[in-house]
Design a protein around this ligand. Structure first.
Ligand SMILES: *Cc1c(COP(=O)(O)O)cnc(C)c1O
Length: 361
């Protein structure tokens, strides 16, 4: 009897859980669960998207030359080595589709971003997880985890949900130690939060086995527009373009992203605000006994005494209208990931955690 059956691996995928946005019965809710920019997108990006809306009856550019040119100018990169996607998630999916299939392994770390596993399974490949060292990417563990079947190695630098990062030297050591035929993917979703950081571009330029993925969803505040990009060896970009749909990115998203990347003052001011309130919030939480690693991102991984305490605090925060992210699914059951909000939200959050620690229920 014929049975309609999906490809192997598909039913092993656990649905991606996005950050909650509502609490039943609570108004004035603050969402600090999805690492979004609390200040929103650049006003110039919004203006550009509104203007682009007038032309939505036309198909978008299929080569994304305008946006690739703008990215190249701003970051000093060759536009020929750039590909744009519907969020960096799409670039991650292209990479798995193109380079990993049944019998192949895709490596990432124990607290790594969940799309690596999902995309590997969707491509029919085998996801393989290696340990970190105290919530930091461990290059030795990744190198030891490689086999002759390892086709892709994913690390986010800085990482989500830990917020930590490794040095350029460590990234280079990882790239240089990989087996021939293994491609390293540097996920730079939070690179904009690190002042003066090239996200690994120099390491990439000196090698042929690394690609970076980037996004407009975090600091640029364009998560709803779905736009990201990748930069790597021309030969790899050429491969990815073969599976990319010709109109994978909307004209509205392209216009918004181009304006956003050119608005350097907005980027600088968002980064500065984030840095300020991140330090303030980390200190405020530490004062009431909630520790965190030094974060290089727009969130803090707050560590509690136990899973029970973390979950109780999460429930208390929800009652106060403060939504943060549980990360038990990232092997961090005793922690909560808290996105850095604006000043008011950070103050509300700190006060609520303090009240919780003082016994409020
Ligand atoms: C948010 C995030 C992304 C970006 O996803 P988009 O598809 O670009 O919105 C990628 N990697 C990590 C680690 C992230 O946290």
């Amino acid at each position: 009897m014929n049975k309609i059956t999906p490809q192997p691996g598909i039913m092993d995928i656990t649905l991606y859980q996005s950050g909650a946005a509502h609490v039943a019965g609570v108004s004035n809710v603050v969402k600090m669960s999805s690492n979004e920019n609390p200040l929103g997108a650049s006003p110039r990006a919004i203006e550009a998207m509104q203007a682009a809306a007038a032309g939505v009856h036309r198909y978008p550019s299929s080569d994304h030359a305008g946006l690739r040119g703008a990215i190249g100018e701003v970051h000093g990169l060759n536009p020929e080595q750039i590909i744009c996607g519907a969020g960096s998630d799409e670039i991650i999916a292209f990479l798995c589709q193109c380079y990993a299939g049944p019998g192949d392994e895709v490596l990432y770390t124990e607290h790594g971003f969940s799309m690596y596993r999902i995309s590997a399974l969707a491509a029919g490949a085998t996801p393989v997880e290696v340990r970190e060292r105290e919530r930091v990417t461990d290059v030795d563990a990744l190198l030891e985890g490689c086999t002759d079947r390892t086709k892709l190695v994913f690390i986010a630098n800085p990482n989500n949900p830990t917020g930590t990062m490794i040095s350029e030297g460590e990234v280079a050591r990882l790239a240089d130690g990989l087996p021939k035929g293994t491609l390293l993917v540097l996920d730079g979703a939070y690179a904009e939060y690190v002042d003066g950081f090239d996200a690994g571009a120099a390491v990439i330029d000196a090698r042929s086995n690394i690609i970076m993925t980037r996004t407009f969803s975090k600091l640029y505040g364009l998560g709803g527009a779905r736009i990201g990009w990748g930069y790597g060896p021309a030969s790899v970009i050429d491969v990815l373009n073969r599976v990319r749909g010709p109109f994978n990115v909307s004209s509205v998203a392209l216009a918004g992203a181009e304006a956003a990347i050119r608005d350097l003052d907005y980027v600088t001011s968002c980064r500065a605000e984030n840095t300020k309130w991140r330090a303030w919030l980390a200190d405020a939480l530490a004062e009431v006994g909630v520790s965190s690693d030094i974060s290089c991102t727009n969130f803090i991984l707050a560590r509690f005494g136990s899973q029970t305490e973390a979950e109780a605090c999460d429930l208390y925060l929800q009652k106060q209208g403060l939504i943060v992210r549980r990360v038990a699914g990232y092997n961090l059951p005793e922690a909560l990931r808290i996105t850095i909000g604006d000043e008011t939200s950070c103050r509300r959050l700190a006060q609520a955690v303090k009240d919780f620690k003082n016994g409020a229920t």
